[in-house]
Write a protein that binds this ligand. Structure first.
Ligand code: SF4
Length: 373
């Protein structure tokens, strides 16, 4: 971005050569204002006005930022845009789950899911197109990594959901979207810089204003980045565990070969603030759902501020796994709870809309192009 000679009559560059402004955190915005020749004494105030307009009131056009001088609005529009990702498909399940397939500027597609219920609304965002890893039970794991998402593409998913839900903070109504989880397509800690910047944008108290307790980063176990996440951001941590021993976990989550369970749990113990850590555990019939597996899990997590989310396996075409029956899953849960660990058994959400991570994108790619658009 070069700034200096811009005038109010100068035409804006085509959208493809402009950046989405919502990908800038506060420091990035201050630097951008400096490049646009905004005087140093005004920058802090202008940044706050922009953050408030874009993230609190949901502006989609710089002309809506009426507390800024017209010349600054024009300059911003010459270098940035506020356009949301394009919606390729939207599915609403009978249980209220909403799943969107979104298209990015380069034509790549990602999934974003909104899950209402229990007095809150959780948005599950993607952090990569495809995934670096290939967890055996995960449909996204069958896709190669295409590329990392930028911070703007991550934040764009949240802005899109807020538009669709008419849920901008300025409304003053009880919020529908209360939590954001990095649990969509991709391993967020293999895209640390973009994810960290997106978190800082979500946490900005003059903008979207999420508290650290309402933003969760879920990892398959990138140990060095867990330490960094705790030190730099302190958001909530979720860990995809899925097996109580290294032999089985390495088969289900191949990343375990690099950072085995012992190292992973040590990183969890170091995670700051004694915050509750959520361990995700997909229940797979005959693989990890036996009574002794529940007891081994209890022993493993002893002494950690841990909660276990039990997730019934959500089948996808060609997967080699089955979901255990209700009786088995309830028994597994009871053993954990009798051992003192909270272990909610998640209700499968949105099964009627291909809600398993990655399914919608694959289905859309199988359809002829004109029907997918
Ligand atoms: S579970 Fe997460 S990390 Fe593993 S393959 Fe799926 S998207 Fe990637």
């Amino acid at each position: 971005m070069g700034a200096t000679e811009a005038t109010t009559t100068e035409a804006a560059a085509p959208e493809s050569s402009r950046e989405p402004l919502y990908g800038l955190d506060r420091d990035g915005l201050m630097a951008a204002l400096a490049e646009l020749d905004v005087p140093a004494r005004e920058r802090r105030m202008r940044a706050r006005q922009i953050v408030h307009g874009v993230f609190h009131r949901g502006a989609t056009d710089f002309d809506q930022l009426t507390d800024l001088p017209k010349t600054l609005r024009t300059r911003l529009a010459q270098h940035f845009h506020l356009v949301r990702p394009q919606v390729v498909a939207c599915h609403q399940a009978a249980d209220g789950t909403l799943k969107w397939l979104l298209r990015l500027d380069d034509g790549q597609e990602i999934e974003t899911v909104f899950i209402p219920g229990g007095g809150r609304g959780t948005l599950c965002v993607s952090s990569q197109v495809g995934c670096t890893l290939s967890c055996a039970f995960c449909h996204t794991g069958t896709m190669p990594l295409v590329r990392q998402l930028t911070a703007a593409e991550i934040v764009g998913q949240v802005l899109h959901a807020l538009d669709q839900l008419a849920d901008w903070p300025r409304s003053g109504r009880p919020r529908r979207l209360t939590n954001v989880v990095f649990m969509g397509m991709g391993e967020p800690l293999f895209n640390y810089e973009a994810v960290a910047r997106a978190c800082r944008i979500l946490l900005d108290r003059h903008g979207l204003g999420f508290s650290r307790r309402k933003v969760t980063v879920s990892t398959a176990g990138v140990v060095p980045a867990i330490d960094r996440l705790g030190r730099e951001l302190g958001v909530r941590l979720a860990v995809s565990l899925h097996a109580p021993d290294d032999e089985r976990r390495s088969r289900l989550v191949p990343l375990n070969r690099k950072w085995p369970i012992g190292q992973l749990l040590e990183a969890c113990r170091r995670y700051p603030g004694g915050r509750m850590i959520t361990f995700e555990y997909v229940l797979l019939a005959g693989v990890n759902d036996a009574d002794e597996d529940a007891r081994a899990l209890l022993a493993l997590l002893r002494g950690l501020p841990a909660k276990v989310n039990l997730i019934p396996f959500n089948p996808w075409p060609g997967s080699p796994f089955r979901c255990p029956d209700e009786v088995r899953m309830r028994r597994f849960r009871r053993i954990l709870e009798e051992g003192g660990i909270e272990a909610p058994l998640r209700t499968p959400r949105g099964r009627d809309i291909l809600a398993a991570c990655g399914q919608l994108r694959t289905a859309a790619r199988r359809r002829p192009r004109r029907r997918a658009a």
